[in-house]
Design a protein around this ligand. Structure first.
Ligand SMILES: Cc1cc2nc3c(=O)[nH]c(=O)nc-3n(C[C@H](O)[C@H](O)[C@H](O)COP(=O)(O)OP(=O)(O)OC[C@H]3O[C@@H](n4cnc5c(N)ncnc54)[C@H](O)[C@@H]3O)c2cc1C
Ligand SMILES: NC(=O)c1ccc[n+]([C@@H]2O[C@H](COP(=O)([O-])OP(=O)(O)OC[C@H]3O[C@@H](n4cnc5c(N)ncnc54)[C@H](O)[C@@H]3O)[C@@H](O)[C@H]2O)c1
Length: 534
């Protein structure tokens, strides 16, 4: 049940909110301008239009934003192909599937030379990437259609705030179109939802061909033979796992002791073990200092046919680590974090406070420090997830338009790393428990003992649940499994509704099912609680 959040003094424009004006019997036309059409922006537009405001969404790349066009949707579509390959590769023999090696008698440009054999299963990356782009564009069109249908106006261009708030509380947004023409929009409230872009290292700039960032990989027509992924955060881990499954030889350069430094340590250990077992070269405590293109064995020499006009030579790349070690491959993917899109938007001039990182400071109802200016999504640096961006955007609209609003609660955010196995988390973490910031009991059960897992040949993964020692109330969990993104939901519901381990344990699960392990962990926590009490 939501409630009307009381604005704290000094951060809300003086004068009537739209709800107050409505209460006086005047029909207001509240003008809202949203800069950025990703999940933070377009979800806000839908809510704003539903609540009767006049909404304009300004975006320079297309609705859906980076989430739909370059980040979340394309990567998960690529991973869908990788998943099929992994399932096939890791279990076909055990499950009794026969894969015949084909021996070529004729040979062709695409096939193996005559007399040699090749495995039948392989990936046409050009085709995979065309599907990725098609799906992303279709989703962007769908979102544009639903935002327009809801009554919002969509303007293509780059938006920025112009000056301070006017005496009547309004703000100006200037939109610059690709052809240089400008339009000025007047708004009662502005939402900034401009997202972020890949961070770059000066000596490792992407060229879009061999040195790539995550937005550029979908132009590849052929699978990288030897891919070096720099950065082992969620982006690096997802791509490293996916390309390895597609058939690349992958080296993962991790600046920390382990992959996924921000995730549950037990989960990260399982994934790192799986990566290594499948042949990935995981380099811990290795920081990339520079990446450059070099000629391959076949193209070395002064008259290299690969020599480009700007010195972009070679069909190989060389990564120099900060300790002087050098590794080489055919391609390098930089996944070293993101920078918020907050520069050059007139934010500070308009009174919007930025953090040192360039992220916009916001409170739990998405207000910035400037009256009438809200912010949502990656530009706020709160939690770089599409679901959180969307929630922040909706909250901003509910708050400004005077509807019931529940402030953002990060304790109930569920997230998933789309590797194989997947890693899904909700609520309290192992780090919280280890640091003593939360008093919780923990049980972790490997999937190995689950009957369905045995039948399916699943060996890696576990279910872990955190609950309060006294009450047994579930405060968090982590699932490492195929489709953990789906399995985490019952734990999410428990955390969101303060359910106890008894309640999870007592609910029926299907036999055999992986979710049986969730009930089993709850039962073990219940038994420990009873033992404590006894
Ligand atoms: C590789 C990768 C995979 C990811 N996978 C997932 C996932 O599986 N699940 C998940 O929840 N999250 C995922 N994320 C995170 C998710 O993509 C982001 O949290 C989400 O995109 C944030 O949405 P947003 O609304 O803040 O902005 P974005 O989606 O970044 O959209 C912002 C939009 O604003 C536009 N813009 C920028 N400046 C201006 C301006 N001045 N004027 C007009 N328009 C402007 C941009 O061009 C863009 O279209 C992933 C991120 C990456 C990098
Ligand atoms: N499945 C998902 O929901 C999903 C997928 C991808 C990204 N995201 C979100 O995007 C956010 C950003 O994730 P990310 O992985 O892009 O960035 P990140 O900042 O989390 O990770 C980047 C990693 O690169 C390392 N690094 C930096 N410089 C390096 C160097 N020179 N050499 C080697 N390593 C270096 C950093 O130490 C860090 O571990 C995350 O918070 C995540 O929530 C979510």
């Amino acid at each position: 049940m939501g409630y009307v959040f009381q604005p704290t003094s000094g951060t809300q424009p003086r004068g009537d909110t739209p709800a107050a004006t409505r209460a006086r019997g005047v029909t207001p036309v509240t003008r809202i301008v949203i800069i950025g059409g990703g999940p933070g922006g377009y979800e806000a537009a839908l809510v704003g239009a539903q609540l009767g405001a006049e909404v304009t969404v300004v975006d320079c790349d297309g609705l859906g934003g980076a989430s739909v066009l370059t980040d979340c949707v394309p990567s998960k579509t690529l991973i869908a192909t990788a998943e099929v390959m992994t399932t096939f590769d890791s279990s076909y023999e055990e499950l009794g599937i026969i894969v015949a090696d084909t021996v070529s008698d004729e040979g062709s440009a695409a096939g193996p030379p005559p007399g040699t054999s090749a495995r039948v299963v392989g990936v046409d990356l050009g085709k995979v990437n065309r599907r990725v782009k098609r799906l992303a564009l279709a989703q962007s069109h769908d979102i544009t259609a639903s935002v327009t249908r809801a009554g919002a106006r969509v303007v293509r261009g780059r938006g920025r705030l112009e000056g301070q708030q006017a005496a009547d509380g309004s703000r100006k947004v200037v939109v610059r179109a690709a052809d240089g023409t400008e339009e000025t929009l007047v708004a009662d409230a502005v939402l900034i939802a401009t997202g972020g872009h890949p961070r770059e290292i000066p000596d490792a700039l992407p060229d879009g061909e061999r040195i790539l960032n995550w937005t550029q990989v979908y132009d590849l027509e052929e699978l990288p033979e030897e891919l070096i992924v720099v950065g082992s955060g969620v982006t690096g881990a997802e791509f490293a796992g996916a390309y390895q499954a597609l058939g690349s030889r992958v080296t993962l350069v991790s600046s920390r002791d382990r992959v996924l430094p921000g995730e549950d340590p037990d989960a990260a250990a399982v994934l790192e073990d799986v990566f290594r077992r499948r042949g990935m070269n995981v380099m811990a405590r290795s920081r990339a200092a520079a990446v450059k293109r070099i000629p391959g064995a076949a193209s070395q020499g002064p008259s290299s046919p690969d020599a480009g006009p700007e010195g972009r030579v070679g069909d190989r790349v060389e990564v120099t680590l900060s300790d002087g070690r050098v590794i080489s491959g055919t391609h390098c993917l930089m996944a070293v974090g993101a920078i918020p899109n907050s520069a050059g938007m007139g934010l500070e001039e308009a009174g919007v406070r930025l953090k040192d990182s360039g992220h916009i400071w916001t409170d739990r109802v998405s207000r910035t420090s400037a009256p009438g200016v809200y912010a949502a999504g990656d530009v706020t640096g709160v939690f770089a997830l599409a679901s959180v961006a969307a929630m922040q955007g909706r909250i901003a609209m509910y708050h400004f338009l005077g509807d019931a609003v529940t402030p953002l609660n990060l304790k109930t955010v569920s997230a998933n790393v789309f590797t194989d196995p997947e890693i899904a988390t909700i609520g309290c973490t192992q780090a919280d428990v280890d640091a003593g910031t939360i008093d919780a009991r923990v049980v972790k059960l490997p999937l190995l003992r689950n009957p369905r897992a045995k039948m399916q040949g699943i060996r890696d993964g576990f279910v872990k649940i955190f609950c309060r020692p006294g009450t047994g109330i579930v405060v968090g969990g982590c699932v490492v499994a195929p489709r953990a993104s789906e399995l985490i939901h019952p734990i999410s519901i428990a955390v969101d509704n303060n359910l106890t381990v008894e309640q999870i344990a007592n609910a029926f699960t299907v036999y055999p099912s992986l979710s049986g392990s969730i009930a089993e962990v709850a039962r073990q926590l219940q038994t420990r609680k009873a033992a404590d009490e006894g």
